[in-house]
Write a new protein. Structure first.
Length: 642
């Protein structure tokens, strides 16, 4: 657009017209997906009775003046808890504050993933990768390990800082400016203050990326590596030294390295890292990936055939749209339902094709054709949603879901192609991503566990690999990814819609799938609020109730899962503390621990002294109807002091 020099057009409009083409439409698509998933997932917690409560309880108690590691038992670094406490101070004692913090962290991680992937691929592929992270990491329904649920904000803060450190490494590789190394070191230290293993993995990956840069002087490399180590160490040790003045270094070490708890988890099989289990996980996840991939490829073949029919509109964009929609519909049903229903689905698709063909062969009005196609699409979508909500089990998981086998494949890629990858213009970033992914998951013997929180960098490398394969072979891999993401994202939205039962409180609202669980929580909150209690002990889990009722636990422990009090001596020490500072009420969430040993276990089997103290020295004042978790019943009970 050209303006006459003396025109009356304002300078602002000239500037806008000049720079409007710089708007990143692909990033806009990512942000639209982010907003849609954020809206669908707002306040929806699958398991409000487990670890989710300690994140809210710790932040609230810090705001009340208590100190970490002295008054509160904390296993991670203090950074996330203090930042969340500051957010509560500014915005008020509301559960929605934690949701908002999670969204801010998720949005920051989203932008960083998009930028890093764009450096290694191109803008469309960066969009696909980032949307994948949104669907499978940031907004995963039914699980604790995603970006939004208040389960482990320490991991989420650490993820953001690690992505910032990797971004700084990439900028250093391009500019060789020391400032970027200092920024990388600072963010590594902040990641360590949020969650220990993230900081270690980030530091090592930064050092690897630094030494891959083309600095020929060995002395300069050593000096810059020492600079990174010193800055990172100072960033971690200075805050911990200030805390150690109130607690002690021995107490800090014992709190941040809880061997007793990890030993219980390892013995139970939850953290079993044996080679046999690792190979079995690789096998099962790869079988699921292969099955869903075959279904998606089959759907792509049918969709491509259908889009090339001569009686369809000739517009290329409309044909591509019809191909994608057809492929998504077939893939959705192929993954979601069993084979008998899958056969019936193909019959339904055949009838639909006949109707579409009749529409385009008999009707001359273009707008009437579009209207009929729209009605058919709505009908088909309604049938899909209705069927998906009624099915209790699926043939396969979501496409591109848990890929525990991904890390060994990525290592193989780097080993076989190391000559080219070392010479890549973003080699420091590539190798730093690989080292970070491997180290972060090393405690699980080289596979991605707790998938959403540990897989972001591995996903980034996965999409980089697929991008290079697509460029080299010309295969429509982007189409496979797009269909898989549309199916997976659609399934997420359907599942989020099942969280219809609200747990209301003056301090926030959460939503769950279980109507009985919501009823029990609502009745418990009402009883605590009307009783006027200020000190409520929740055993063994369920500290979410403390936050929703603005009460505090009198114990240092915020959760009592097996291993927190690993021995009879630890139980007796806890009971002695309770005699000095007894709670007004005790909420006994007697949920089974299905992941310990074999079968379902009760809390009374692990801490019998505490169970006896609760049930025999206190008066039962409320008991919920029987609730079901897995295939076992459990109850929520409230006890008062006699």
């Amino acid at each position: 657009m050209i303006y006459i020099a003396n025109s009356n057009v304002s300078a602002f409009k000239k500037h806008l017209a000049k720079h409007s083409w710089h708007i990143d439409l692909w990033l806009s698509a990512v942000l639209i997906c982010f907003v849609l998933l954020a809206w669908a997932s707002w306040g929806k917690l699958a398991h409000p009775i487990f670890d989710t409560g300690q994140e809210t309880e710790i932040a609230a108690r810090l705001l009340a003046g208590e100190r970490p590691y002295r008054d509160l038992q904390i296993s991670y670094g203090p950074l996330a808890y203090y930042v969340n406490a500051l957010a509560l101070l500014i915005f008020g004692h509301q559960m929605e504050v934690f949701y908002t913090v999670g969204l801010v962290l998720a949005l920051t991680a989203t932008l960083l993933v998009y930028q890093l992937t764009k450096q290694l691929t191109n803008t469309p592929w960066a969009t696909l990768c980032t949307v994948y992270v949104l669907i499978y990491c940031a907004f995963t329904p039914g699980g604790l390990w995603n970006f939004i649920v208040p389960y482990s904000y320490g991991a989420m803060y650490a993820t953001v800082f690690c992505l910032l450190a990797l971004t700084a490494v990439d900028r250093y590789g391009c500019t060789r400016k020391i400032e970027w190394l200092v920024a990388a070191a600072l963010t590594c230290g902040l990641a360590g203050l949020a969650k220990q293993e993230y900081g270690v993995a980030a530091l090592v990956s930064v050092l690897v990326g630094l030494n891959l840069c083309s600095v020929k002087d060995l002395r300069a490399r050593v000096g810059r590596s020492l600079l990174v180590v010193v800055v990172t160490g100072a960033c971690v040790l200075v805050p911990l030294a200030l805390l150690a003045q109130q607690v002690s270094w021995a107490k800090l070490q014992m709190s941040m390295l809880p061997f007793s708890k990890s030993q219980i988890f390892t013995e139970s099989g939850l953290f079993d890292v044996s080679l046999a289990k690792t190979l079995d996980i690789w096998k099962s996840s790869f079988v699921n990936f292969t099955a869903t991939t075959l279904v998606v490829i089959g759907a792509m073949v049918v969709g491509s055939w259908f889009s090339k029919r001569e009686w369809l509109p000739r517009e290329r964009s409309l044909r591509i749209f019809i191909e994608i929609i057809t492929s998504v519909a077939i893939a959705w049903f192929g993954i979601l339902v069993r084979f008998k229903i899958f056969a019936a689905t193909f019959l339904l698709i055949g009838v639909t094709i006949l109707l579409v063909r009749w529409t385009f062969s008999s009707l001359e009005s273009r707008w009437l054709r579009i209207l009929i196609l729209f009605i058919l699409a709505i009908t088909f979508a309604s049938l899909s949603l209705s069927l998906s909500q009624r099915l209790t089990c699926c043939s396969y998981g979501r496409p591109l879901d848990n890929m525990a086998w991904l890390l060994p494949m990525l290592v193989g890629w780097f080993v076989l192609g190391w000559k080219k990858l070392v010479q890549h213009r973003h080699a420091p970033l590539l190798w730093a991503l690989l080292v970070f992914s491997v180290l972060l998951n090393a405690r699980f013997l080289f596979y991605i566990n707790f998938y959403a929180l540990y897989a972001v960098t591995a996903i980034l490398l996965f999409f980089t690999l697929l991008y290079h394969l697509a460029v080299r072979t010309g295969a429509p891999i982007w189409k496979y990814l797009l269909i898989s993401l549309l199916v997976g994202g659609g399934m997420n939205l359907v599942e989020f819609g099942q969280y219809r039962y609200a747990v209301h409180s003056p301090h926030g609202t959460i939503y769950t799938k279980d109507a009985d669980l919501a009823l029990a929580f609502n009745q418990t909150i009402h009883y605590i609020n009307t009783s006027g209690a200020t000190s409520v002990l929740t055993v063994p889990a369920g500290a979410t109730l403390n936050f929703l009722t603005a009460t505090h636990s009198p114990s240092q422990e915020t959760i009592f899962l097996p291993g927190v009090l690993p021995s009879a001596e630890a139980e007796q020490e806890f009971l002695a503390r309770m005699q000095k500072n007894p709670p007004d009420l005790i909420v006994y969430v007697d949920v089974p621990f299905w992941w310990l040993k074999k079968g379902y276990q009760t809390y009374a089997e692990f801490n019998p002294l505490i169970d006896d103290w609760i049930t025999h020295q206190h008066r039962l004042v409320y008991s919920s109807p029987n609730l079901v978790f897995g295939d076992k019943e459990w109850t929520l009970r409230i006890y008062n002091r006699d």
